[in-house]
Design a protein around this ligand. Structure first.
Ligand code: UD1
Length: 417
């Protein structure tokens, strides 16, 4: 069993190139299914979720290979419509392949996807939207069987701006006959990245980044070369880590406007933050200040739920009390037990977490509970006195390209054994 051993208390300083976005690379890899020719995706992070997506592509008959951070996918030989349950279970994003396979083949068989346990994560909105586009959905021995005699455009309004449902509608819509209008669409930057990729393949999509997306269906997409956007959540993680441990960092290859909802909150802790082009400089003060206004997670451009845990890790030692309100997922405070074990003072009441700043944290043995919760433990460990041992690293490895190497390059005393 692998562990991270962290000896905290060292200030961090240095420059770090931000990895490519996991949440962008995954739906874009699914979108490769729709192309008739080879696609080359640069800046794909090398992490287990991306490897899972490559395995799904390969099992569909789409040859997929890595060269450094470039993924090449040749979908010309796609002949399968079914994703085995074992692959579906490896991550939430496996469900993105549903829209893409139906778009290309008119049918698919999948099962309920896996991913972090953040409370119930249904796919009712995905299925309701696909039904409106002419897809019949049935259950066969626990498998979800989708068929479309004629996939057609539709007017769809999502009850909540779900990222995954928005992506599935877009993937299906580019192949459907006629126009699809999606209202109350998610506005996350990764949606725009997916649409930019599809446009580079010849798709006609307008309005992404706003709440109303209009897709003109088109039968065949060609190949392209594309660069995946930077990972704003990994960026939030390394900035929070530096704020927690103290020190200064220059984050390069970052997406500054897309990180603004996070940066504007982080700035309230008293850290000096300067941005220029695609770089972010952060210097922490002697002690962080609490954030006075309630930190409410919301769909983009609100404060991202994926950055809640890592910012909380930084605020454990802040001067004063900070309050979080988690509005996206029902069960996204599973990291707080580990942080409390390290000496933090966090009380959770339903969707609210109250973080009373303490003077210091101490090392402990903790288990990563989920991807971002695990990253929060790494940040807390780097700021704690003494040794922390973190296990269940498979959660962290789903979303970070060698988190220990990144932290060590900034001067953190962290190693994997
Ligand atoms: C994506 C991100 C995840 C991020 C989340 C919210 C990827 C791979 N994952 O997840 O990192 O935390 O957006 O920004 O991009 N819901 C339903 N029914 C549905 C779909 C969603 O009730 O059919 C609910 C979910 O349970 C959740 C909320 O809607 O409470 C938001 O989910 P959604 O935006 O779909 O998140 P994901 O696409 O799963």
């Amino acid at each position: 069993m692998q562990k991270l051993i962290v000896n905290g208390g060292r200030r961090l300083h240095g420059e770090l190139k931000l990895q490519g976005s996991k949440n962008s690379a995954l739906p874009i890899m699914a979108a490769c299914v729709l192309s008739s020719e080879e696609c080359s995706l640069r800046n794909c992070p090398r992490l287990t979720d991306v490897y899972s997506a490559a395995r799904i592509l390969n099992c569909l008959g789409c040859r997929c290979s890595f060269s450094g951070n470039t993924v090449t996918a040749d979908p010309s030989g796609i002949n399968a419509t079914e994703i085995p349950e074992s692959l579906m279970r490896q991550m939430r994003s496996s469900i993105m392949f549903m829209g893409a396979i139906i778009g290309r083949m008119g049918e698919c068989t999948v099962s309920v996807p896996g991913g972090c346990e953040l409370g119930p994560r249904p796919i009712d909105m995905h299925l309701a939207a696909l039904r409106k586009m002419g897809v019949s959905v049935s259950d066969s021995g626990g498998r979800i069987v989708c068929r479309a005699e004629r996939l057609h455009g539709a007017k769809i309004s999502l009850p909540f701006p779900s990222v995954g449902a928005t992506e599935n509608v877009i993937l299906c819509g580019v192949c459907a006959e006629g126009e699809t209008v999606l209202n109350n669409a998610a506005r996350e930057p990764e949606i725009c990245d997916l649409c930019s990729f599809l446009r580079a393949c010849g798709a006609q999509i307008k309005g992404d980044g706003g709440s109303r997306i209009v897709i003109s269906g088109r039968a065949e997409l060609h190949g392209c070369e594309y660069t995946v956007m930077p990972d704003r959540i990994a960026g939030a993680t390394y900035l929070s880590m530096t704020a927690a441990a103290g020190g200064e960092i220059i984050l390069t290859d970052a997406c500054v406007p897309e990180m603004e909802p996070f940066l504007s909150v982080l700035e309230q802790t008293g850290c000096s933050i300067y941005t220029k082009d695609d770089s972010i400089y952060l210097r922490s003060g002697p002690r962080l200040r609490c954030v006075r206004e309630r930190i409410r997670t919301m769909p983009h451009p609100g404060f991202p739920t994926d950055a809640q845990a890592v910012l909380m890790a930084a605020l454990c030692k802040a001067d004063g009390t900070s309050v979080f309100e988690e509005n996206i997922f029902d069960c996204r405070y599973r990291h707080t037990d580990a942080l409390n074990k390290m000496g933090a003072d966090i009380q959770v009441l339903g969707k609210v977490a109250v973080v009373r700043g303490v003077r210091s944290l101490h090392g402990a043995e903790v288990e990563a509970t989920d991807l971002r919760g695990g990253a929060a433990m790494v940040a807390a460990a780097l700021s704690a006195e003494g040794e922390t041992v973190i296990t269940e690293l498979h959660h962290i490895d789903r979303g970070y390209e060698k988190i220990e190497e990144a932290a060590a390059s900034l001067g953190g005393d962290i190693r994997r054994v």
